[in-house]
Design a protein around this ligand. Structure first.
Ligand code: PGA
Length: 261
């Protein structure tokens, strides 16, 4: 479990699900389930599609719901001729707090490279938001025994040129690609081993201060039934939840893992 100073962060990545009406309903239902004790114990963010952000922001704001607004992606330039893209400044203006960078679906389906992820991480920070930088290995890489090597190189490349203080304040999500949306989860021991390796790389590549402060999430088929066990690991400070975050009952049970402690 997150040690001193690393408050757990549970994030719901809705991917391309929920239109803005459904998004409003989901976040309202979630807010009925969560209590001030939950928000004291855990930071919570939801990452709806771009078209929902304004609606969700309005609800969070009007009802004073302490859930942070998140985005799933952005471009690294402030503005320009980039048809279809959204700028970090536009997200910051909507009170977006966290932006996912380098999710494996963006890397694998939309060709995002380590260099692009690095540019996005810097741009998100420059706009005053917190990146959730995703790293993770394919099944073949795990089977070939190169998981740590793969993940380490993604971490090094993604953090290039980011200051120690900035890394300390950000979030890294370890998401083994074979566990995303498949119902297969890394065992808590395996997930812990890779998260510990990530923390070590941050120590080597950035600083020991950044390594001990950076929050590391696990993602990949997180469910109400496996959250407590994953969160009990020393180097796991949160969860990036896809499928199970679409349902407010499931997602609130995930956030409430802390009640079982
Ligand atoms: P999943 O997705 O929880 O549906 O496996 C996780 C993610 O892609 O962030």
């Amino acid at each position: 479990m997150a040690t001193e100073g690393r408050k757990p962060l549970i994030s719901g990545n809705w991917k391309m699900h929920h239109n803005h009406f459904e998004a409003i309903q989901t976040v309202q239902k979630l807010s009925y389930q969560l209590t001030s004790a939950d928000y004291r114990a855990v930071d919570v963010s939801v990452h709806p599609p771009f078209t929902d952000l304004r609606s969700v922001q309005t609800v969070l704001d009007a009802d004073e719901i302490p859930i942070s607004l998140g985005a799933q992606h952005c471009h690294w330039e402030d503005k320009g001729a980039f048809t279809g893209e959204v700028s970090p400044l536009m997200l910051a203006k909507l009170d977006v707090a966290y932006v996912i960078a380098g999710h494996s679906e963006r890397r694998d389906l939309f060709g995002e490279t380590d260099e692009m992820v690095n540019a996005k991480v810097k741009a998100i920070i420059a706009a005053g938001m917190t990146p959730i930088m995703c790293v993770g290995e394919h099944l073949e890489e795990r089977e070939a025994g190169v998981t740590e090597e793969r993940v380490s190189s993604q971490v090094r490349a993604g953090l290039a040129g980011v200051t120690s203080e900035q890394v300390a304040a950000m979030v890294i999500a370890y998401e083994p690609i074979w566990a995303i949306g498949t119902g297969r989860t890394a065992t808590p021991d395996d997930a812990q081993a890779v998260c510990a390796a990530i923390r070590k790389v941050v120590g080597d590549a950035v600083s020991t201060e950044a390594a001990s402060a950076v929050r590391i999430q696990y993602g990949g088929s997180v469910k109400p039934t496996n959250t407590a066990e994953l969160m009990a690991q020393d180097d796991i400070d949160g969860a990036l939840v896809g499928g199970a975050s679409l349902d407010p009952d499931d997602f609130s049970r995930i956030v409430q893992y802390h009640l079982a402690e």
